[in-house]
Design a protein. Structure first.
Length: 388
């Protein structure tokens, strides 16, 4: 806080008085002060300014979509005025939003198998999944990985490479056991980690260990190589739980503290909507006898979405779905679209649900709401330019 002294400050050589002229604040501070004073009231449901509220435009809020939707939302995207995930959140009942942060130091992933007969949030023994503050079991896993991967070895011996299998969609059934070395046999039903990994910034894999193969190179291993193992592919097909832990600097300290960023339950029948080289069409999924039950979508600018994909390598364990559309996004007037076919989050969700056969009445209305939101933004932009 800036203050002005009312009394003079005396010096042995010269008396100085602080000027009573008004203080000139830096422009950025002036803008922040003005915004704080004149902040517009916002709708608590859609987070838009009240005069631009989207809630009343949705004719049938909470549509029942039989194919569930999980949105992995970049942390900087939630409050963007053009973020379309808010429409999906209001318009669809069977939907979850998970906030994902960039990796600035390093992150760790712990993956456990999910019992298809268990309740959400429960492991295969019926115990509750790790909460956001419970990382005891995960810390032991981190210790195991860090101790044995420093020199290219793990507790289970040297690691070996597997040929990459592009068809990552053939996830079918679960095995009862996971063999780990000659003397170690881990029962998958224990609910313990089956995959542990540590990555650095930009998705560089520091270490990777899994129970199905004791021999895997830490430096050269990739998540999609795990799918080359039949037992792993079958077990992961029944669903799994992913926990991401990330290190952050503490206030007033140079030390990094680890915290749980998210824990996501990936159900059987989950596919990732992302146009990777391995992505296939809906027709290809049907030919592979893959029934889509859950759609995972990345929410962010194209650059942010690519970074989320790279820094969350567990996504490679899922079949990848692409939409063969040559449409211009409704975004194209106000937000950069890399090329035709690159759509907003809500457009991608609506078209994907239709493609897999889930089209509840009123689904197209969500696109109308998005179109009106883009129109609002265009008018606001024109008003600002006219006032310059």
């Amino acid at each position: 806080m800036l203050v002005r002294f009312a009394t003079p400050i005396h010096s042995r050589t010269r008396n100085w008085r602080f000027s009573h002229k008004p203080l000139f604040l830096p422009r950025t501070l002036q803008m922040a002060t003005t915004q704080a004073v004149s902040k517009r009231p916002t709708c608590p449901s859609c987070s838009k300014p009240v005069r631009l509220c989207l809630c009343t435009r949705i004719h049938n809020p909470g549509l029942h979509n039989s194919v569930s939707v999980t949105i992995l939302q970049h942390s900087l995207e939630r409050n963007h005025p053009l973020n379309s995930a808010r429409i999906a959140r209001l318009g669809l009942k069977n939907l979850k939003v998970v906030t994902v942060f960039d990796v600035h130091f390093d992150a760790r992933f712990v993956i456990r198998l999910r019992d298809p007969n268990s309740q959400t949030g429960l492991d295969r023994n019926g115990s509750k999944s790790l909460s956001f503050g419970q990382v005891g079991e995960s810390r032991e896993t981190q210790k195991l990985v860090s101790e044995y991967c420093d020199e290219g070895e793990s507790e289970f011996g040297l690691f070996a490479n597997f040929p990459k299998e592009k068809n990552n969609s053939s996830l079918i059934h679960s095995n009862e056991q996971c063999n780990v070395g000659n003397d170690i046999v881990m029962q998958c039903s224990t609910g313990g980690p089956v995959i542990t990994a540590a990555i650095g910034k930009n998705g560089v894999i520091i270490s990777l260990s899994h129970t199905w193969m004791p021999q895997t190179h830490c430096k050269n291993s990739q998540f999609d190589m795990i799918l080359g193992i039949t037992e792993a592919r079958d077990a992961l097909a029944e669903g799994f739980v992913v926990q991401k832990l990330q290190k952050q600097s503490s206030k007033g300290s140079m030390e990094l503290d680890e915290h749980v960023e998210f824990e996501v339950e990936v159900h059987s029948g989950s596919v990732l909507l992302f146009p990777s080289q391995e992505a296939v069409s809906v027709g290809d999924l049907e030919a592979m006898d893959v029934k889509v039950k859950n759609l995972i979508v990345l929410d962010g600018t194209w650059a942010k979405a690519k970074r989320m994909y790279v820094e969350n390598p567990w996504l490679k364990l899922l079949p990848h779905l692409r939409l063969d559309l040559d449409k211009l996004s409704l975004y194209n007037e106000v937000r950069l679209q890399p090329k035709p076919g690159f759509l907003s989050t809500i457009e991608s969700i609506v078209y994907a649900l239709k493609a897999v056969g889930d089209s509840p009445e009123g689904l197209d209305n969500l696109l109308d709401v998005f179109k009106s939101m883009v129109g609002d933004q265009r008018r606001c932009k024109e008003e600002r330019l006219s006032n310059v």
